[in-house]
Ligand binder design. Structure first.
Ligand code: AQP
Length: 328
C-alpha cells in the first residue's frame, strides 16, 4: 500500500479551507493508502501561541480529524510532539537545506511581512515539514495549493540527502485537489482563507453555528454583476464561492452555473449557505460527541505508537548514513 502523510497546525479554529484543501482528501485516501495524519503542534509555535489556547486547539484539531471521517483503525492520528523523531530529523534536515531556499518561501515572506521581529523557527519550519514527510517515506502528501512550495523543498532536500549519503528517503509527490486547492478569504478573494486571519468574517470555521455560517456567506464579498459564472480571473469572489458550493454538494461548476442562470447572487448565496451548513452539521455533531467522551487521548496514544515505529526506523537509518553513532 502506498503511504500518505499530512498534518494540520493547531494555530486557530480549522476553516472550510483546511477541510476542502486537505481533510476531505485525508478521508478519501485512508481507504486505499496507509495513512499518517498528525496535528503539527511544533509548527503552530512558529508564531506566538497562548499556552491554554494551544492546548485547546490541539485537542480540537485532533477531534475534528475523527469527526470529519478519519477512522483511527485505518489511519494513524497523532500529535507531532508525541513522536520526538520529528524534531530530531528536523534538525538534521536544517543542515541540508540552504538559506537561499528557505528565503524564497512565500509563506515565510507573508507571515513575517510587517513584523518587527520574527522567530527563527518560522524561517526554518519548512525543514521540519520536510522531516515530517521524509520520516514516513511518504509517497503522497495531500495538501492545499499553498503548501506546494514546501513540498518542492522537501523533494529537493530528499534528493540532496540521497545523493550525499546514499539512497535513504523516498521523494514524495504532492496530492492537490483540482478544484478548491486554494479556498479564498470571504472578504478578500486575493488572500487565501486562513484560520489565523484576525477577521472572523473572512473564514468559515468548521465549528461555526449554522446562523453564523449563513451570516458570513450573506456578507461575503462579490462583484457588482449578477452572473454566477466560474471565471477566477475576472470574477474571483464568485468563483471562490462556486468552488465551495461544488465541494459541499454533488454539483459540478457547470451545473451550478446552469442552475443559477439569470438569477443573480441572492438565491445562489442562500443555497450555498444551506449546503455548507448541511456539510458541517454532522461533523459538528460527531465532534461534540468525541470531545465529551474523552476518547481522543486513547486514539492519539495509539497513533503515536504506530507512527513512532516507522519514524524511529527512518531516523536511525538517516543518522547512521550521516555518521552518527547510534546508542547500543
Ligand atoms: N484556504 C485554503 N484552501 C485550501 N487548502 C488550505 N489549507 C489551508 N488553508 C487552505 C490546507 O490545509 C492544510 C493545513 O494547513 P495548516 O494548518 O498546516 O497551515 P496553513 O496552510 O498555513 O493553513 P492556515 O489555515 O492558513 O493556517 P495559519 O493561518 O495558521 O497559517 C494544508 O494542507 C493547507 O494546504
Amino acid at each position: 500500500m502506498k503511504r500518505v502523510l499530512s498534518g494540520i497546525q493547531p494555530s486557530g479554529q480549522l476553516t472550510l479551507g483546511n477541510y476542502i484543501g486537505a481533510m476531505k482528501n485525508f478521508v478519501e485516501l485512508q481507504h486505499s493508502h496507509q495513512c499518517y495524519f498528525m496535528v503539527v503542534d511544533h509548527h503552530a509555535i512558529t508564531v506566538p501561541q497562548k499556552p491554554e489556547a494551544l492546548k485547546e486547539q490541539t485537542e480540537s484539531v485532533a477531534a475534528l480529524f475523527i469527526a470529519a471521517g478519519i477512522d483511527p483503525n485505518k489511519a494513524s492520528v497523532f500529535l507531532q510532539s508525541h513522536v520526538p523523531a520529528h524534531t530530531e530529523l528536523g534538525w538534521l534536515i536544517t543542515t541540508i537545506a540552504y538559506m537561499g531556499e528557505l528565503e524564497r518561501m512565500t509563506q515565510f515572506k507573508d507571515k513575517s511581512a510587517g513584523k518587527e521581529s520574527v522567530g527563527a523557527g518560522l524561517f526554518v519550519y519548512p525543514a521540519l515539514m520536510a522531516a515530517d514527510i521524509l520520516l514516513y517515506n511518504a509517497d503522497l502528501v495531500p495538501v492545499g495549493d499553498d503548501q506546494k512550495q514546501h513540498l518542492e523543498l522537501t523533494r529537493d532536500v530528499a534528493h540532496r540527502f540521497n545523493q550525499r549519503y546514499g539512497e535513504t528517503f523516498r521523494v514524495p509527490e504532492p496530492y492537490i485537489p483540482q478544484v478548491g486547492a486554494r479556498i479564498m478569504s470571504l472578504d478578500d478573494a486575493s488572500k487565501k482563507m486562513s484560520k489565523s486571519n484576525p477577521n472572523p468574517g473572512s473564514f468559515i470555521a468548521l465549528l461555526d453555528p449554522p446562523d453564523v455560517i449563513r451570516k458570513k456567506i450573506s456578507r461575503a464579498v462579490t462583484d457588482s454583476g449578477r452572473e454566477v459564472k466560474f471565471d477566477p480571473e475576472n470574477k474571483p469572489e464568485v468563483s471562490n464561492l462556486m468552488g465551495i458550493y461544488s465541494h459541499c454538494s454533488d454539483l459540478s461548476l457547470q451545473e451550478i452555473e446552469a442552475k443559477y442562470e439569470g438569477q443573480g447572487y441572492g438565491s445562489f448565496k442562500k443555497d450555498l449557505a444551506e449546503q455548507v451548513v448541511a456539510t458541517l452539521e454532522p461533523i459538528q455533531q460527531r465532534y461534540n460527541e468525541i470531545r465529551s467522551s474523552g476518547a481522543i487521548y486513547d486514539i492519539l496514544k495509539k497513533g503515536a505508537r504506530e507512527a513512532s515505529v516507522i519514524a524511529n526506523a527512518t531516523l536511525n537509518e538517516a543518522k547512521q548514513k550521516m555518521g552518527f553513532i547510534l546508542p547500543q
